[in-house]
Design a protein around this ligand. Structure first.
Ligand code: FMN
Length: 429
């Protein structure tokens, strides 16, 4: 769908959101990361149009960073498809960060400023909450996610991988906080449900996910040093950016669809466009946060995100962001509930096919041998309907846009739906 941003100011939809009691003029928040390190940056970001920001994580722990610290994964002209970092949390004192938070809140009282926190003892957590509240903070995000550096000291993802600790620390903060508390979860777990439930049990008002994924970015083929290199050595780091979006969407939706999970979700992981935002919202997020995309292109990416989301909501005749939130959650079902009688077949557009034969090659070598080479006198490979299982591979590898489409098979559309649960081959039936 091609959506043109609306030029009619009067018809603009109010994008304001209320995420667990934190209000912001739009759903786009900067995630806790280098773009949210200073008052200077937040003021610039809010000027540019961002609705909120989660401050770079505050701590009392001594912080010393390595150089270099970011690794990048790009493909051809597409830089930073994925990024990994060995960076720790804020190097500044809590007092200095609070001074800057107060400065931002004085200039932008209606924008959301959330403090990300990571401490060791109950007393430290609770003192930081009080200091931030005095500075005028709108909410808290508990960093249970950083997968490097701080977890070795018993914080970050070490907490996020332990539901009992998540519940306990959340309850420490909730005992003193008068502002909403978000628990930020690590994706470095096999199942996000127990940690989400633990945050809920600890009294969290919302959860944020995902933080970064454990990763090693690569190895320099000349020096054989793993990347990013710190004097020829490296360490595992946190993976972020576009490449992590499918993992983030999965984890957000897993919590959103769980019948016993009831907290709002602030969605993060690879968001950089309004289209990404729509996907996160549809799968259950109440708003989105962005780090790597801003580190790639700067604060100005907010402009097309705002106008694109406006136009999309107008086109869908939705009056607010919250109307979109969660609309696709019920369309995600367990595998055994999918209709096994539903069939699609590949169709090649003979007018646009360039005869590269890639669809034939991959189907023959790596899929179901359902495409035959072009007949003499033509360049277009031939789909063998009876062998085509509708796997989509040919359409994914075809270099020409919309040349191969997948259409429902005429024989399957009239069949009654049958899922694995009631399928005759299921040994349980
Ligand atoms: C360089 C860098 C530093 C980060 N530092 C923090 C941090 O201090 N606290 C935190 O909660 N998350 C931190 N993150 C994680 C981000 O907030 C976010 O969860 C993650 O990058 C995924 O979002 P993205 O794909 O938009 O970057 C950091 C991410 C990056 C890339």
């Amino acid at each position: 769908m091609i959506i043109q941003p609306s030029s009619n100011e009067k018809n603009l939809i109010n994008l304001a959101v209320n995420v667990a009691g934190v209000h912001s003029p739009n759903p786009f928040w900067l995630a806790s990361a280098p773009p949210t390190n200073t008052a200077y940056q937040l003021l610039k970001a809010f000027e540019a149009g961002w609705g909120g920001a989660v401050w770079k994580t505050l701590t009392n722990n001594p912080i010393v960073n390595v150089s270099s610290r970011y690794g990048a994964w790009g493909l051809g002209k597409h830089k930073l498809i994925g990024m990994n970092n060995l960076e720790l949390i804020s190097e500044k004192s809590v007092a200095q960060n609070c001074l800057e938070i107060a400065q931002v809140k004085a200039e932008f009282p209606n924008h959301a400023v959330v403090a990300s926190l990571m401490f060791e003892t109950k007393q430290e957590w609770q003192e930081a909450v009080k200091a931030c509240e005095q500075a005028g903070i709108d909410g808290f995000e508990l960093n249970f996610g950083c997968p490097h550096g701080m977890c070795e000291r018993g914080m970050g993802s070490t907490v996020g991988q332990n539901p009992a600790l998540v519940e306990e620390i959340t309850s420490w903060v909730k005992a003193v906080a008068t502002k909403p508390v978000f628990a930020k979860l690590t994706p470095n777990v096999t199942d996000i449900i127990p940690v989400g439930m633990a945050a809920q049990a600890g009294g969290a008002d919302a959860v944020t996910l995902i933080n970064t994924l454990n990763s090693v970015m690569g190895v320099d083929l000349q020096t054989l040093a793993p990347q990013p290199s710190v004097g020829g050595y490296s360490s595992h780091g946190g993976y972020s950016g576009l490449a992590v979006k499918p993992i983030a969407l999965h984890m957000v939706s897993q919590l959103a669809m769980h019948p016993d999970f009831h907290l709002p979700i602030s969605g993060i992981g690879g968001v950089g466009t309004w289209q990404d935002t729509v996907e996160f919202l549809a799968l259950g997020a109440a708003n989105v946060q962005v780090a790597t995309a801003v580190m790639h292109r700067g604060f100005a990416i907010i402009k097309p995100m705002l106008s694109g989301l406006q136009a999309y909501l107008a086109e869908k005749q939705m009056a607010s962001v919250s109307e979109l939130s969660g609309v696709s959650v019920s369309k995600l079902v367990p595998w055994e509930a999918l209709d096994l009688n539903y069939q699609v077949k590949a169709r090649i557009n003979t007018g646009t096919c360039i005869g590269c034969n890639l669809c034939y090659t991959v189907c023959d070598d790596a899929a179901y041998q359902a495409i035959a080479p072009a007949l003499e006198g033509t360049i277009v490979p031939v789909i063998l309907d009876e062998a085509c299982v509708g796997c989509n591979l040919c359409s994914h590898v075809c270099p020409v846009a919309d040349c191969i489409t997948m259409l429902p098979s005429s024989t399957s559309v009239d069949l009654p739906a049958v899922s694995w649960k009631n399928h005759p081959k299921n040994p349980k039936n």
